[in-house]
Design a protein around this ligand. Structure first.
Ligand code: ADP
Length: 242
């Protein structure tokens, strides 16, 4: 009975969370657009003033890129939450992996980690929403980083390979604490978290995103000794584009 009440409570929290996220995405659009236009304005003014301080100019350009990225994420997440359908397009998973790694660079630097993804040669394009898949990867890599906090020589591996004729597969490995035998069902239960500040929504959202693409998310033991999270996405066959 207690478990049933808990599940009911979690479902109510989930609905609220969806509404809050959708409202947040809506509210964030305006300040993000303002930031982007201030950024562009400052850059233009500095160029007019013939400022050639490349450190400042580069930092401002990076800032502009990050604001644009935040805007794209907010738009896609809002779209996903309101329509519950991704916007798939043919894309190369190797490139998405590379972008995700760039976006988590700071987290990796904190552990003095560099990650060289292993991407198989000649992989076909997959049919996926690149922004949502990038978010899945960022989540999995950040979780790996969190699992490596107290490990002497931390390692993370990312591998992209073919899985049969119809899928491409990504593995994210770490040599952290591991999953202690917990299954993906348990890990991806909303609000399941072992972190003091954790919300426990990351894997649940990752799984929804992957399943909305007709792929699968799995968890197990990594050859590196810690956890392995893997997901598959369907190969673009050219005739099922949205
Ligand atoms: P959160 O990160 O907020 O806890 P997640 O849904 O992303 O939420 O993860 C749920 C739980 O799964 C984590 O609290 C942790 O116990 C476990 N977990 C996820 N990734 C890993 C990993 N790479 N190694 C060990 N445990 C993990």
């Amino acid at each position: 009975e207690r478990r049933q009440l808990e599940t009911l409570g979690n479902q109510a929290r989930l609905t609220t969370l969806g509404e809050v996220a959708s409202a947040l995405a809506h509210q964030l659009n305006q300040p993000l657009a303002a930031m982007a236009s201030y950024n562009a304005g400052i850059l233009q003014t500095l160029e007019r003033l013939k400022c050639d301080n490349s450190a400042v100019l580069n930092a401002l350009r990076r800032e502009g890129e990050q604001v644009a990225e935040a805007g794209r994420i907010v738009q896609r997440i809002r779209g996903f939450l309101t329509r519950r359908a991704p916007q798939p397009e043919p894309c190369q998973l190797g490139e998405i992996v590379q972008r995700a790694l760039t976006l988590v660079r700071r987290d990796l630097q904190r552990l003095h980690l560099t990650v060289q993804p292993q991407v198989a040669e000649g992989l076909p394009a997959v049919l996926a929403d690149p922004v949502l898949v990038e978010q899945v990867l960022i989540n999995l890599i950040r979780n790996a980083v969190d699992a490596l906090n107290d490990v002497a020589s931390p390692r993370i591996g990312v591998m992209v390979s073919r899985a049969g004729r119809r899928f491409v597969r990504v593995d994210v490995d770490d040599n952290g604490v591991g999953l202690g035998g917990r299954s993906i069902d348990e890990l991806a239960t909303p609000f399941h978290s072992t972190k003091p500040e954790g919300m426990g929504m990351g894997l649940s959202i990752c799984r929804s995103v992957i399943e909305a693409h007709f792929g699968a998310l799995e968890a197990g033991v990594s050859p590196l000794g810690g956890a392995r999270f893997s997901f598959t996405l369907p190969v673009d066959t050219g005739d099922n584009a949205a």
